[in-house]
Design a protein around this ligand. Structure first.
Ligand SMILES: Nc1ncnc2c1ncn2[C@@H]1O[C@H](COP(=O)(O)OP(=O)(O)O)[C@@H](O)[C@H]1O
Ligand SMILES: Cc1ncc(COP(=O)(O)O)c(C=O)c1O
Length: 272
């Protein structure tokens, strides 16, 4: 028994009731990596089995979000790392940015979940802009997927590793110290490939792909694992490497249900 303090992580994220993505996934990942997880909910997503498992989306009142962050910080005194997941509305983005400025958390991981299927398309551009202007500048690291990398870098297309590297650099140049731009399997390399860039190191992180189907919650797991590792003192690149291992395990042990997509399960991951 040591009396070393257990690191504390906070997910500012949405609930996805089936447990495959969002805050539920974040908490499981935190536990698996030995940190104590808290959640401030931003929204509630309920897949609709009557409508092809479409997303039903309900935002949480921004003041309630602010109160939850206050509660987590108030109880623990110190939060070592924060993960920002789905925010979903401009007022939620504003409340999140305000909380980040107020508490100045030592590590902030931003998974820029730009769109949610249940939202009006018109809202998407406002959300992109608000996230880019208000939350991204406060990030230690951001983890955009291929689509999000395209939007945030302003590139017309990303169809090669060279372009993904370029996107990571462009996002970094907007003031984000560390970028992990994820292609996953989408560049047809036969691997799950992401690019890490911190202003000097430009590394391709690549593992053999497990299947070809998209698995729900992979992005949440990756960002939550990075958050946990940063809270434990890893560098961003070390955290990203470990997070890829966690995702591989979570996809390998994925859950099959009635939805047309599987979802990740982190419970079998054992850290070396
Ligand atoms: N089939 C796969 N096998 C192994 N890793 C994968 C696979 N698909 C995606 N990944 C990894 O999962 C993480 C999340 O990627 P991605 O699915 O692109 O994110 P998002 O959920 O944000 O769209 C990345 O590290 C990516 O490389
Ligand atoms: C609440 C919530 N957060 C985040 C996501 C994104 O999940 P993924 O890790 O699959 O990108 C989803 C997707 O359904 C969600 O419902």
């Amino acid at each position: 028994m040591t009396n070393q303090r257990t690191p504390i992580t906070l997910a500012i994220a949405g609930s996805e009731a089936s447990g495959g993505a969002g805050a539920q996934t974040d908490l499981r990942t935190f536990t698996q990596l030995g940190v104590f997880g808290c959640v401030a909910l931003t929204c509630i997503v309920s897949f609709d089995p009557k409508q092809g498992f479409d997303h039903r989306f309900v935002p949480i009142d921004p003041q309630v979000l602010t109160d939850q962050v206050e509660a987590a910080v108030g109880v623990h005194g110190q939060v070592d790392a924060v993960k920002i997941g789905m925010l979903g509305t401009v007022p939620t983005i504003e409340a999140t940015a305000q909380a980040l400025k107020q508490y100045r958390f030592p590590q902030v991981v931003v998974d820029p979940v730009l769109i949610c299927k249940g939202q009006e398309p018109g809202a998407a551009l406002d959300i992109d802009n608000a996230l880019r202007e208000q939350v991204l500048p406060l990030a230690t690291i951001t983890t955009p997927n291929l689509f999000e990398s395209q939007v945030l870098s302003g590139m017309e297309e990303i169809t090669s590793v060279a372009q993904l590297k370029d996107a990571a650099k462009r996002i970094h140049d907007q003031g984000v110290p560390n970028v992990l731009a994820k292609a996953g399997t989408l560049l047809d390399t036969g691997t799950a490939l992401d690019v890490f860039y911190d202003g000097s190191d430009l590394e391709v992180l690549e593992v053999p792909a497990i299947g070809r189907e998209r698995v729900s919650g992979a992005g949440c797991t990756l960002a939550a694992a990075i958050t946990a590792e940063l809270a434990k003192g890893a560098t961003p690149l070390e955290a990203a490497r470990t997070a890829k291992e966690v995702v591989v395990s979570a996809i390998t042990h994925r859950m099959h249900g009635n939805a047309p997509f599987d979802c990740v399960y982190q419970g079998c991951y054992r850290q070396a």
